[in-house]
Design a protein around this ligand. Structure first.
Ligand SMILES: Nc1ncnc2c1ncn2[C@@H]1O[C@H](COP(=O)(O)OP(=O)(O)OP(=O)(O)O)[C@@H](O)[C@H]1O
Length: 816
């Protein structure tokens, strides 16, 4: 069954490919220059809304182009110091291109056509201004002609109160007083009566719409009302499966609150990371509502004698599309086999914001006469509690409706196209813009892999807080909370993961760097921005990532950062009725010229021309990016070691006369932070991890995210490396796989299986080693002795799988 789930889910995602012609020809490079950004500097450090910028008229662009070409031939930039810099632009560009993978190299611009460069006029007037290499030879940014689609909307709240439902009065008062809720959300209004009638259900409603209570309330109501009072020793009556440990903990907390008046019903959570011995002890004593991640439950099924499912009345799969996906295939098969072997009669509930066609068809086969609840489509499957009628099972909604996802109406979605070289600095500038100049910002930033999270976390932790204007060690308390960096990913110790989750949940501000481990189900209050530094692997994951903000009617925003070569992803989103508006990279970078320190000290008593000042901003950016792990802040550059031994013996900083006096190693650069040791090796590791993860985008997105379209030299700069280290090609990464620390990546996996393995590592129970041992022991057991079964029917999964053919494994990915 699970196999079928994975299969069908993939089929549902395949239409993502969209018409490439929607992206039209090149945008003229000069239209995107920083010099054309804000005409006047803001005098106060106020928040400037990152709104789409008006474009200068075309005639102006033509004029500017002429001026630029004339100026560049007459007055070369002063930065051309080393031999390489003296190479003619074309030759330099060709050399850059040679460093890309074999195959289709990205088109690059010569320095004169630099994306975000010094305007021709400025060069004429100020030939001494240096232009950072970060702003040169960048690929052309395409004009983003995104198709405007009508987004699917849902109404979050209803006017109906919980007391209108037929619930135990103590349960109602707990909802009102402990949870502080009075009126139901739309999904709760539709689901609770249906589930109380004993029906199987498929529930789909937007992120943050209250699906957890939609299943928890009926479970608690039904269990407390059982004629023979539940005993702890009876074991589980309800089994709730969720994909991540944090979500397990969160659901457990909700159930625990609802159970306050019903003390004889015992909830429990199994989530890995905890000592197995203590979980075993709790299982032995008895858990009536069991919440678990699939991996951990499988481990207990295989190794704990005291676990049994003979009294199961409820099986709930929260984030069902994720759980039935390939990553959990084996685990879910083991669990369903174990449950079906002991009990056949129960209610099954599947919930998600992205129940795709695949999962719905799977449910059609495996659930008994299920009710499909979709808030989108309120007349479908709606019960009428007053008349006491059960809803009719509605026909399947049309495919395009199933593949388009509802997005909270109060969520503003943005996309920005950023050349790889400028990606790091753009992210830093965005964080600075939000957290320095705006109040009460709480941000989640998603990355492709654990290593990327670690790298950017350490980097930002050591550098960005220094940008609050005070020396790093003497941050005012407000600055330290605004720039509070946290990280969450699958290879962290569980204790730390839980602590981070709790801390970020209860904090009003802060920046959480994470992998997709935080994408599903987590209810982190007051998150204002979701940033996707790397694009997600599917539109469904996009929905879940952005769904961490704008929850339960609150306002929120999201920013997706794409490389120019990835612009077509916007069309892929549009095919799922997802609308994004564009923010220009210059608008993000312009914050650096608004920075108080730059303003106060750089321009000095004799005011420099504004252009010079802006250019310094760009150079400051350059400094921050080009010296990995040693010395960067957005304000300046610390002297660093010669390239031969860049990290081992950092040059000690010259003593300062006083704390308030900045050291300066260049005329206009300030020093505000201490060196970061080991930076280069982190950066290289993170870059390798990025390339590996980039190679695992699913086949249907390969035409957008292909490793061959990466310019390694440019990508390296987004990790603060001057150049791409040698032998960084995918084949080299594969060769070095034996040295990796992550056992899951050491396995020989192919194509989609490899992706699945990586995903599994993000959602893992933390006990792979012991599972692997059990696997080894069972290796010679009779294969298929326990046939795979569907959720309810007990039909072998192989039979279910015949509904749709599994697409062939993508061998290409592995070759890359
Ligand atoms: N009836 C209600 N009134 C007010 N707040 C509610 C109500 N129901 C749920 N909430 C709150 O809404 C928030 C989101 O709920 P929940 O996490 O269940 O959403 P969800 O639909 O499961 O989201 P996701 O799809 O991301 O998992 C929670 O903080 C919850 O306490």
């Amino acid at each position: 069954m699970a196999a079928a789930g994975g299969l069908l889910l993939r089929a549902a995602e395949s239409p993502a490919a969209a018409a490439p012609e929607a992206l039209s020809g090149p945008r003229r490079a000069q239209a995107r220059r920083v010099s054309s950004a804000p005409a006047s500097e803001p005098s106060a450090p106020e928040a400037r809304p990152a709104a789409p910028r008006e474009r200068p008229p075309r005639r102006w662009q033509a004029e500017a182009t002429k001026r630029k070409y004339r100026a560049s031939s007459e007055a070369p930039p002063a930065k051309r110091r080393n031999a390489a810099a003296f190479l003619p632009a074309k030759k330099a560009a060709a050399e850059e291109a040679q460093r890309t993978f074999k195959g289709k190299a990205q088109k690059t611009f010569s320095p004169n056509e630099s994306l975000v460069g010094v305007s021709g006029k400025n060069r004429e007037q100020k030939p001494c201004i240096r232009t950072s290499s970060l702003f040169k030879n960048n690929p052309e940014i395409p004009e983003l002609h995104r198709p405007v689609v009508k987004q699917v909307q849902e109404q979050v709240f209803t006017s109906d109160a919980f007391h209108q439902l037929d619930l135990h009065p103590h349960l109602i008062s707990t909802i009102n007083t402990v949870l502080n809720m009075t009126s139901m959300t739309s999904v709760q209004k539709q689901s609770i009566p249906v589930l109380l009638e004993g029906r199987d259900a498929l529930v789909r409603s937007q992120t943050g719409s209250g699906k957890t209570l939609a299943y928890c309330i009926p479970v608690v109501q039904s269990l407390q009302a059982m004629k023979s009072k539940i005993q702890r020793s009876d074991g589980p009556y309800a089994l709730v499966l969720v994909p991540t440990r944090e979500l397990a903990l969160q659901s457990f907390n909700t159930v625990q609150k609802l159970l306050k008046p019903f003390t004889w019903i015992v909830p429990g959570v199994l989530m890995g990371g905890e000592r197995k011995k203590s979980e075993k002890a709790r299982l032995r004593k008895g858990i009536n509502i069991l919440i678990s991640t699939p991996g951990r439950l499988v481990d207990h099924i295989k190794s704990t004698k005291n676990i049994h499912f003979s009294r199961i009345r409820w099986l709930i799969l929260d984030e069902a599309d994720r759980i039935l996906d390939l990553g959990f295939e084996k685990d879910i098969t083991v669990i369903l086999n174990a449950v079906n072997a002991e009990c056949q009669q129960r209610q099954n509930v599947l919930l998600s914001a992205t129940l795709t066609e695949g999962v719905t068809r799977l449910a059609d086969i495996s659930l008994l006469d299920p009710v499909r609840i979709s808030v989108l489509d309120q007349h479908h499957g709606q019960s009428d509690p007053e008349r006491g009628t059960l809803p009719e099972v509605p026909p399947l909604p049309p495919d395009d409706e199933l593949d388009s996802f509802a997005i909270p109406g109060s969520l503003d979605q943005h996309v920005t196209l950023v050349p790889s070289k400028l990606k790091l600095v753009s992210l830093a500038a965005f964080i600075l813009q939000k957290c320095k100049f705006e109040k009460d910002q709480k941000m989640i930033i998603f990355f492709l892999s654990c290593e990327l999270v670690e790298f950017y976390y350490r980097l930002f932790l050591q550098t960005l807080p220094a940008c609050s204007g005070a020396p790093a060690s003497r941050q005012p308390p407000s600055a330290s909370t605004r720039f509070k960096f946290l990280r969450l990913h699958g290879t962290m110790e569980q204790e730390e993961r839980t602590a981070v989750f709790e801390e970020f949940s209860h904090s009003k501000t802060g920046i959480l760097l994470c992998t997709d481990v935080a994408a599903r189900g987590l209810d982190l209050p007051q998150v204002t921005w979701i940033v996707q530094y790397n694009a997600p692997s599917s539109p469904a994951e996009y929905i879940h990532r952005i769904g961490r903000t704008a929850r339960i009617g609150c306002h929120g925003s999201s920013l997706l950062i794409l490389a120019p070569s990835e612009a077509e992803y916007v069309n892929s989103l549009a095919s799922h009725k997802i609308n994004v508006s564009e923010i220009h990279v210059e608008d993000i970078l312009s914050v650096l010229t608004r920075d108080g320190c730059l303003k106060g000290s750089r321009r000095g008593p004799q005011k420099e021309p504004k252009e010079m000042y802006q250019q310094k901003g760009r150079e400051t950016v350059t400094a921050c990016v080009l010296c990995p792990g040693l010395c960067y802040t957005l304000h300046g550059l610390v002297p660093f070691n010669p390239p031969s031994s860049p990290t081992r013996n950092p040059v000690p900083l010259a003593p300062r006369k006083s704390d308030s006096e900045p050291r300066s190693c260049r005329r206009y650069l300030k020093i505000t932070c201490t060196p970061v040791r080991g930076g280069v090796s982190w950066a290289k590791k993170a870059l390798q991890s990025f390339i590996r993860a980039y190679a695992t985008y699913p086949r249907e997105l390969k035409h957008i995210f292909h490793v061959r379209s990466l310019h390694l030299g440019h990508v390296a700069k987004s990790f603060g490396l001057r150049d791409a280290p040698q032998n960084l090609g995918v084949s080299a990464v594969k060769r070095r796989k034996g040295n990796l620390n992550r056992p899951d990546l050491r396995k020989k996996t192919r194509g989609k299986h490899r992706l699945a393995e990586i995903l599994r590592s993000e959602y893992s129970s933390g006990i792979e080693a012991s599972v692997a041992k059990v696997k080894k022991q069972n290796k010679h057991a009779v294969p298929g002795s326990q046939p795979r079964r569907a959720i309810r029917t007990g039909r072998p999964a192989s039979a279910v799988g015949k509904q749709k053919k599994r697409p062939p494994c993508n061998g290409k990915t592995q070759r890359d």
